[in-house]
Design a protein around this ligand. Structure first.
Ligand code: TA6
Length: 298
């Protein structure tokens, strides 16, 4: 199957379809600048994004399980059609534990490299969530940016609600020297306080304990300042209402079998999507949302 996909979608010097961990199919994107990315068909899961200097910008747990019925721990899990435990579906929905179809690859005239993947309803999804849908992830790799564009289509004749998150795990040099900026004054639900709502008072969110907050209707640009690596990561969303900031800290790290006990020191999740502002999609309607990630020296 991988050979067939490579024949159909491979682009010399730009796109390759190869066996990844546990021989799971992955798509590698290579930009002429040296930047690169990697996407597993499992969950359309982006597991790596490297800048032109080949520095890894995402976090990927050394303990991650690579299995058809488990999410990969790190990179960008796609949470759909449910975020967290906001309903009866598996935690964060089923999109991240289903195999998506690779549908398009392209090297644009600008040099950007694109891969599109789709997940459509199946007997298995219909049994969990009785709606006909297509969700598409379009990843575009540029020299200094990675763009994730998501489209959801309602292919049925009745409306449905969904939640969606790009649950992105960013690598940081040292969590105590990292800050998330741009959420001051935004209302958030604190997942650690029974979703009690508060207003963020800090211009810089720093970490000294487990942090798990869903920020509602946020500004479209949030930044991570990684002081240890002298780097700023900008997260620019469009068409997406909310953001999540999460670090598991010590006790939760120890409770997660697919996460190293000390790995909280080197990661922070800043997630974008509609996690609390549910989307209602009319029959044959479409929803679009995107997030552009850029990494620059601080
Ligand atoms: O987005 C934060 C969160 O909802 C946390 O509560 C934590 O559960 C995290 O997602 C990871 O969830 P997972 O199902 O991937 O272990």
């Amino acid at each position: 199957m991988i050979d067939t996909l490579q024949t159909k979608f491979g682009i010399p010097g730009a796109v390759a379809v190869l066996p990844g961990k546990n021989n799971m199919p992955r798509v590698t994107l290579a930009h002429r600048s040296g930047a690169s990315a990697e996407i597993y068909l499992h969950g359309a899961h982006v597991t790596s994004w490297r800048n032109a200097a080949s520095e890894e910008l995402f976090f990927l747990s050394r303990e991650s399980v690579w299995a058809a019925d488990k999410p990969i721990r790190g990179g960008i899990p796609i949470c759909f059609p449910q975020f967290s435990n906001h309903g009866p579906l598996p935690l964060h929905g089923f999109a991240r534990i289903n195999e998506w179809a690779l549908t398009q690859t392209e090297r644009l005239g600008s040099g950007e490299v694109v891969a599109a993947l789709q997940l459509t309803d199946s007997d298995a999804t219909m049994a969990l969530w009785p709606h006909r849908f297509t969700i598409e992830l379009r990843a575009t790799l540029a020299e200094a940016a990675l763009t994730l564009a998501v489209q959801v289509k309602n292919n049925g004749d009745k409306p449905f609600d969904f939640e969606l998150a790009l649950h992105t795990y960013f690598g940081v040099g040292e969590i105590q020297r990292a800050a998330v900026c741009g959420l001051k004054g935004v209302t958030f639900s604190d997942s650690l306080k029974n979703n009690a709502q508060e207003v963020e008072a800090r211009q810089e969110i720093r970490f000294d304990q487990e942090t798990d907050r869903v920020y509602l209707n946020t500004p479209d640009c949030v930044r991570i300042r990684d002081e240890a690596r002298n780097r700023i990561i900008a997260i620019q969303k469009s068409g997406m209402a909310d953001a999540v900031v999460w670090n598991p800290w010590i006790a939760k790290s120890q409770r997660m079998a697919d996460f190293g006990d000390d790995e909280y020191l080197r990661m922070v999740c800043v997630e974008t999507g509609n996690m609390a502002t549910r989307v209602n999609l009319a029959p044959h309607g479409q929803w679009h949302g995107s997030t552009v990630l850029t990494a620059q020296p601080a």
